[in-house]
Design a protein around this ligand. Sequence first.
Ligand SMILES: *Cc1c(COP(=O)(O)O)cnc(C)c1O
Length: 391
Amino acid sequence: MSQDTYSFQTKLLHNDHKVDQQTGAVSVPIQHASTFHQFDFETFGNYDYGRSGNPTREALEETIAELEGGCRGFAFSSGMAAISTSFMLLSKGDHVVLTKDVYGGTFRLVTEVLTRLGIDHTFVDMTDVEEVKENIQPNTRLLYIETPSNPTLKITDIRAIVSLAKQNNCLTFLDNTFLTPALQKPLELGIDVVLHSATKFIGGHSDVIAGLAVVSDQELADQLAFLQNSFGAILGVQDCWLVLRGLKTLHVRMEHSSKAAHQIATWLSEVPEVEEVYYPGLESHRGHDIQANQAQGYGAVLSFRLRDREAVKQFVANAKIPVFAVSLGAVESILSYPATMSHAAMPKDEREKRGISDGLLRLSVGLEKPEDLIADFEQAFNQIRQNVTPS
Ligand SMILES: *Cc1c(COP(=O)(O)O)cnc(C)c1O
């Protein structure tokens, strides 16, 4: 059995960087050198200067490329560094069509930075293929997808958007942060550039800020390598090592957390205080069938809506297990309040149009026993019930 035929789960551990070829070390060495001695005046070695190439970073880049099924991976100092550097594949006069509920940082980059550089955009509902089609202009160079979207977990039909992009000579980028290659392999569906905030599930332990990009086309790989070196937003070696360590448990973490998220979403659907549950694993979810058709699972993030801000406040004050924080994708469950956290910069009416009401909470499920989380939430709902003054 060759390494190529190993399952994803096995490849996480048994890949080209399983042991250090020089020492047999069963952990990738952290190579701090910023510069590399050249043994020959005429012919230089594989490495010259640390921004352009470093063996520790290369180990992470090769590993993520293999896991996403691409030809080359790139490690950046944050998810936003990966995203903004990739956007530099575009030029002045180009136009981007992107999903309305794109990550806040990407929204800021596109609306406040790229516009200054003469790169224009149109926001669309990516779940509506007709709407995407109608908004493609002669100068549209890129269709930008995020699926499932944040925080209402809308599902975009990846194959449909890829086919539209191919008909119109556009590139496609997909932010795969929520599902990771453990659950979704966008390159196999024809996407050109896969992007990650490795700060989330890939790192997995709330202890590193990192970004990744992966491509399967050699020409695109060369262009991105040039941009990575030109902008210089590379990931430091300690952080590369932390991401590599986090990756080893990616499969078990995603498996446990997705299953727990499904269980919690199902339970929440029956709670009278919960007005709506957003989780693609629920059959009632609008994107359920598409998700089942393009991914290997439904992920570990769900959102739910309570009556109002006051109900949310009481729930958060009484839920003891999850941390209340910005971010997601960690070993500990994270509860966030999009209205004042991820989407604070968005005007209230814009937020509400996107379903991000004052009653919406997002939960990223960690590795706790789901029954413990459910019991914790049950007592938090009981507190709300006792505080409600009967009308
Ligand atoms: C967090 C996040 C980002 C940005 O990543 P950073 O590592 O914080 O720069 C991009 N996309 C999504 C979906 C995210 O959740």
